[in-house]
Design a protein around this ligand. Structure first.
Ligand code: NAD
Length: 360
């Protein structure tokens, strides 16, 4: 039995996580696994109920589970709270820190049926399937910062710190992932300017000797940003540090055309955290307009990366592709001539296909 903590959160979070758990349960029935879902409070709804955006009970639940599925947090109702009580700063960042998830995986996959939805030409993105592996707990975002008064204005200092061990553990994740995919790893840095990037490159180069089956190349971040829009299909796994990864993963995500389709996994050495990339979308919450596919695909990543259930993960991904091929669309990806369905209908269609096993 696999214990899954489900944290629906705010806005569309509960709508999309309900469909993700429905699809996971269907995969369990089809392949003979038992998933036990236990819900916890997070975000604005948790603040309203307990005065804390990340209650201790939720942290305890997450730590005692095998994996965590998160919906989304935040909304205008809580925007004026002090920063440490706001859903994002007060819940998401502390949760990632508490679980020590240092590797963030963001797949960017273009389903054939949606190649037209990208802002790039269909032939540039059709069949795209890449993963950005971003270091999540080090670098410039976590370094010491200060601001000083100087004659004529101010001076700010931000520090960028990485240790060999921090680079090794995220690099190992990326090598292992590449080994299971097309065996191609591109490590992205700014080694012509930054000392931290030179250490990054040395560590990745050393580790490459342990993975002779993986083809490794190094690319400067400015070139990578350009290559991602010029010829993104040259990549398989992209490995990079925190700040570069923040920017490049959003750029890669946009190649796919819709926020409602993008899953993510944040992994450490313990419990993994899985969540759609999108936020709580207060503008469409409660109206059955949300696309649940990002949450459903986050569930597939959980099966693959936390539980090693590759067959069940792939069945979910194929079911999503099939439903799209059949012409079903939620409002955000609707095109003329297709059938518009609600959040719940989309979840049901995917779950039924997973359970019946009739896939393209
Ligand atoms: P958002 O991702 O919630 O929404 C951006 C736009 O995309 C909106 O028009 C929304 O309707 C649409 N959209 C998002 N997800 C969709 C889906 N699954 N299906 C269909 N359409 C979808 O970003 P935002 O509007 O900048 O932020 C709204 C709230 O979410 C804020 O409070 C923000 O702080 C929070 N937020 C939370 C997370 C998170 O929980 N991880 C991430 C980003 C933003």
């Amino acid at each position: 039995m696999y214990r899954i903590a489900v944290l629906p959160g705010d806005g569309i979070g509960p709508e999309v996580t309900a469909q993700a758990t429905r699809v996971l349960a269907a995969a369990g029935r089809r392949f003979g696994y038992e998933f036990c879902f236990q819900e916890g409070l997070i975000g604005g709804i948790a603040y309203d109920a307990t005065g804390q955006p990340l209650p201790q009970a939720t942290l305890d639940l997450c730590r005692s589970s095998d994996a965590v599925l998160l919906g989304a947090v935040g909304g205008p109702k809580w925007d004026n709270l002090p920063v440490h009580l706001r859903p994002e700063a007060g819940a998401l960042l502390p949760l990632r820190k508490a679980l020590n998830v240092y590797a963030n995986l963001r797949p960017a996959m273009v389903f054939p049926a949606l190649a037209q939805a990208s802002t790039l030409k269909p032939e540039v993105v059709e069949g795209l399937d890449i993963v950005v592996v971003r270091e999540l707990t080090g670098g410039l975002y976590f370094g010491e910062k200060r601001r000083e008064e100087i004659p004529g204005g101010q001076r700010v200092v931000e520090t960028l710190v990485y240790t060999t061990q921090e680079i090794q553990r995220v690099a190992r994740r990326a090598f292992e992932l590449a080994r299971k995919r097309k065996k191609k790893l591109t490590s992205v840095d700014k080694a012509n300017v930054l000392e931290s990037s030179r250490l990054w490159r040395e560590v990745v180069t050393d580790m490459a000797r342990e993975y002779p089956d993986v083809e490794v190349n190094h690319m400067l971040v400015d070139n990578c940003a350009m290559q991602l829009v010029r010829n993104p299909k040259q990549f398989d796994v992209l490995l990079t540090e925190n700040l570069f990864g923040d920017i490049l993963s959003d750029e890669a995500a946009q190649l796919t055309g819709s926020l409602g389709m993008l899953p993510s996994a944040s992994l450490g050495d313990g419990v993994g955290l899985y969540e759609p990339v999108h936020g709580s979308a207060p503008d469409i919450a409660g109206r059955q307009l949300a696309n649940p596919i990002a949450a459903v695909l986050s569930g597939a990543l959980m099966l693959r990366h936390s539980f090693g259930l590759e067959e069940a993960a792939a069945a979910i991904e194929r079911a999503v592709a099939t439903v799209l091929e059949q012409g079903y669309r939620t409002a955000d990806i609707m095109e003329p001539g297709k059938h518009q369905v609600t959040t719940t209908e989309m979840g049901r269609l995917i779950a039924e296909l997973v359970e019946r096993g009739e896939l393209v």
